[in-house]
Design a protein around this ligand. Structure first.
Ligand SMILES: Cc1ncc(COP(=O)(O)O)c(C=O)c1O
Length: 424
């Protein structure tokens, strides 16, 4: 058999099956917290929810935290808390998870997309100002993959134009900019605790802010438009339009237990990334992720790009990237393509129809917006050329696994010509 034959073509995989450990690790602490909640008899919004809010606020350095049933719910609460009204515009990155932008539609507001910066993969802060119009109410920044946006520049713009800043910190637990944690840098923020996240409670999220007014508005939306939380005497009156975004006690108990180990997990992940970065230096045609000075990456997602021009695949970048990912996966690397579409390309935006009759774009309060895809060339190139490692860099995966992952990546990239003309 040809030496170094790729596993995709019948060679021996570098990483033996079963090597990579799943996320999240479950310990006795998780079992104790969840069992105590189960036996506690309060399964809706209960004492673990209250404690989770307090503990997360303390961990992140916020005055207020409201626990939700998803990060998307917390994002919608941010949009509402910032007084965004029908037809108002919210500026957002062209490349993220869909709900970074659909949360804006949830409040009948209009997303205005801005292209990304190639190096950081985040919104290009130098292009935000040109997207501001008299209709702009807020800037929704996404600290994508766990790397904070340059908030000094964003806040300076927001102050100049009197805009609110919402942080989508759903992937960025513990990430910092200029020494300050995300979620404390804008006016309000959303975190997610779904299965993949560094803080996992199955599903769930957290709205955070230091502003009492924003907290009150977010809380009203969170629970049926009521003004009192479920632990206070309620009058069950809808003072405004509300949703049901509350968390439940079992989920919050799981989240609390995981929170006790979050700092340890984040430090471990950072160590793994340092190891991997060192071992991947010089891999042909591979562009490694970086963090600019003053940014502390949490490495939620380790995102690599392939140099398609050098590989001779600029014209068929996405299909060839898919083949590279297939080859990596065959070697046992759990590489994935994260997002296959840039946000403005998604049908809901191209069709400009969220609730029928073209709403919210057809609102008399809205002005026309342009989602011509030629405006987002960097996001598109990134989208077509990236591959990432999400959970494999997490605890308890360690040095040996990082060495195997690096060896597998070297093998694929050094033998990439084997993929030319391969019909798989
Ligand atoms: C950047 C980003 N924003 C928002 C969300 C939404 O979070 P959730 O799935 O908890 O609603 C996610 C994760 O799914 C995300 O990665």
């Amino acid at each position: 058999m040809m030496q170094n034959r790729l596993a995709l073509l019948g060679g021996e995989p570098v990483i033996p099956p079963g090597t990579i450990q799943p996320w999240p690790p479950i310990t006795e602490t998780d079992e104790q917290y969840v069992l105590a909640s189960l036996r506690g008899g309060k399964h809706a919004f209960g004492p673990n929810c209250v404690a989770f809010e307090q503990e997360f606020a303390a961990w992140n350095g916020n005055r207020y935290a409201i626990t939700t049933n998803s990060g998307t719910a917390a994002l919608h609460m941010c949009v509402a808390a910032c007084d965004c009204s029908e037809g108002d515009e919210v500026i957002v990155t062209a490349y993220s998870w869909s709900s970074s932008a659909t949360c804006i539609l949830h409040h009948n507001c209009i997303p205005v997309f801005v292209d990304i910066d190639w190096a950081t993969m985040n919104i290009d802060v130098t292009k935000i100002e040109a997207a501001i119009t008299p209709k702009t109410k807020a800037i929704l920044v996404v600290h994508l993959h766990g790397l904070a946006v340059d908030m000094a520049q964003v806040m300076a713009l927001a102050n100049r134009y009197n805009l609110k800043v919402i942080e989508d910190a759903c992937q960025a637990h513990g990430a910092k900019f200029q020494g300050k944690k995300v979620g404390t840098l804008g006016h309000c923020a959303a975190f997610s605790f779904n299965q993949n996240k560094n803080l996992c409670s199955g599903e769930g999220g957290m709205f955070v802010t230091d502003d009492e007014e924003l907290m009150k508005k977010a809380r009203m939306l969170w629970s049926f438009g009521e003004t009192r939380s479920p632990v206070e005497a309620r009058d069950y009156h809808a003072y405004a339009l509300g949703w049901m975004y509350r968390n439940n006690d079992l989920t919050a108990a799981f989240g609390r237990a995981q929170l006790t180990r979050l700092d340890h997990y984040l430090a471990w992940q950072k160590h793994n990334v340092d190891l991997l970065n060192a071992q991947l230096q010089g891999v042909p045609h591979l562009i490694l992720p970086t963090a600019p000075p003053q940014h502390e990456h949490n490495w939620y997602n380790y995102v690599m790009r392939f140099d398609m021009a050098a590989l001779g695949h600029q014209a068929d970048a996405a299909p060839f990237r898919d083949k590279l990912v297939q080859a990596l996966r065959a070697e046992g690397v759990e590489a994935v393509v994260w997002q296959r579409f840039i946000l403005p390309q998604m049908t809901v935006f191209q069709a400009k129809n969220a609730y029928g009759y073209g709403t919210p774009w057809s609102s008399p309060h809205a002005q026309p917006v342009n989602y011509d895809l030629t405006q987002y060339p960097v996001a598109q190139t990134h989208c077509d050329t990236h591959a990432c490692l999400v959970m494999t860099l997490r605890y308890p995966n360690g040095t040996e696994t990082m060495e195997l992952i690096a060896a597998a990546i070297w093998k694929v990239m050094e033998n990439v010509t084997q993929l030319e003309g391969d019909p798989t």
